[in-house]
Design a protein around this ligand. Structure first.
Ligand code: AMP
Ligand code: MG
Length: 408
């Protein structure tokens, strides 16, 4: 029986949500990019910390302006000035610069461009409303407010906000420890000559290391393990003793040398799924000791698609992220015919473009076999074709999902 893609993803996410949270550490703000907050971050100050001017211009009292449109200049306030002893006579205005503190009795700041200098002082040319060009204390961030919640990703804009609060260190979840190995007698490490006819390069382990690095994981690389049940079992034990998550590639289908399956049956609670998705039908998921386990199919495109669609949300959730971004999916016109057989959901690779009329359209990247790694190279999105759908004709609407930063 085939499991639907949705059921598989739901099962994985439920397991991840119930997993024990990671321990945490304190890191400098600079090292916190893309890490996940382990405790709420409370603002120690208001930002802005005081009412200040949004413009280079003039501070006025509305009561003065109602009497006359021209006010003599009293003095000037610059950014960084202490104005606690400022004297501001009635019926005068003050020169004020952007970011300078606004005196408590100023009603508005008038931008320089809306004034004219005359012998009598500054002439105000336009209507002035209370509050014009005054940035209010706490308008951006309120003191004692929760600025970042537990489980939020510390993105560049978020860290930038924290810097405005003067915060230099944050408490984040420790990195998820992920152990990986590849299985297969045919595999040769990159950078060494291929030995014999049937040999191929172990590209998957390289790809997995890049993906895990982008997801901020700590990687335990156990290398290539031959198709030998004893060695695979040993590697799985070593991996699960050191890591929160074990990811392997290859050996989870039904071939004669797919020993990962046999080894796992003895070691833990593993489900060998046949998921109604293409590529990526065989996929193993479960637990070995304290570690979770994902067994990815060996074909490089299947490895990448199952990692993106199933392992990525698992890792993000295990890493402590509260709300994983919703999949950014929408419908566009197919610019080419698409081959599709009924029965599985396809994650084809596509290129979203804008046509002459300014409308979005998606092209296939060509051959879609699970061994055609180049199908990803020009792609910027998945074309997701529903399980019950057959061939697609040019011009039909199809669902696409833009690649996130993992593939960019
Ligand atoms: P398997 O899932 O072990 O049956 O492998 C399916 C296909 O993927 C076979 O053609 C393998 O040679 C290939 N393959 C398995 N592991 C890797 C790997 N680490 N890197 C590149 N290709 C692989
Ligand atoms: Mg194999």
């Amino acid at each position: 029986m085939l499991l639907t893609f949705k059921q598989a993803k739901q099962n994985i996410l439920e397991t991840a949500t119930n997993a024990k949270p990671l321990t945490n550490q304190t890191v400098s703000l600079f090292d916190a990019l893309d890490r996940i907050a382990a405790i709420p971050i409370i603002s120690p100050i208001n930002v802005p910390g005081f009412d200040n001017s949004a413009m280079d211009g003039y501070a006025v009292r509305l009561s003065d302006i109602q009497q006359t449109k021209t006010l003599p200049l009293a003095s000037a306030i610059f950014a960084g000035d202490d104005i606690s002893n400022l004297q501001w006579p009635e019926a005068t205005c003050l020169r004020i610069m952007t970011g300078a503190p606004v005196p408590i009795d100023a009603d508005a700041i008038v931008m320089q461009e809306h004034t004219e200098q005359s012998d009598l002082g500054i002439r105000f040319l336009k209507e002035i409303k209370a509050g014009d060009n005054i940035r209010r204390c706490g308008e951006d961030v309120k003191k004692n407010s929760i600025t970042v919640d537990t489980g939020s990703k510390l993105t560049l804009p978020t860290l930038s906000t924290l810097a405005t609060l003067g915060i230099s260190e944050v408490t984040v979840f420790n990195k998820l420890k992920v152990a990986i190995f590849s299985t297969g007698n045919e595999l040769t490490p990159i950078g060494t000559p291929l030995s014999g006819n049937g040999a191929i390069y172990d590209s998957n382990r390289f790809t997995l290391k890049l993906l895990l690095t982008k997801l901020n994981c700590e990687i335990i690389d156990l290398g290539i393990i031959p198709d030998d049940p004893t060695q695979i079992k040993q590697a799985l034990v070593t991996a699960s003793n050191q890591a929160n998550l074990v990811i392997t590639s290859g050996g989870v289908s039904v071939g004669d040398a797919d020993y990962t399956k046999t080894a796992l049956e003895d070691l833990g609670q593993i489900n060998f799924w046949k998921i109604a998705m293409k590529p990526g039908k065989p996929f193993a998921f479960g637990q070995i000791g304290h570690a979770l386990f994902c067994g990815l199919p060996g074909n490089p495109v299947s490895t990448l698609v199952t990692f993106y669609q199933l392992v990525q949300p698992l890792i993000l959730t295990l890493s402590g992220l509260k709300t994983t971004d919703i999949d950014f999916r929408f419908q566009v016109k197919a610019a080419t015919d698409l081959k599709k057989s009924i029965g599985r959901v396809d994650f084809q690779r596509g290129r979203l473009q804008i046509d002459d009329q300014g409308e979005l359209e998606v092209f296939t990247t060509g051959q879609q076999g699970s061994h055609i790694t180049q199908s990803f190279n020009q792609a910027n999105c998945f074309i997701i074709l529903e399980q019950e759908r057959g061939n697609v004709n040019k011009g039909e609407l199809v669902m696409i999902e833009l690649f996130n930063t993992l593939l960019k």
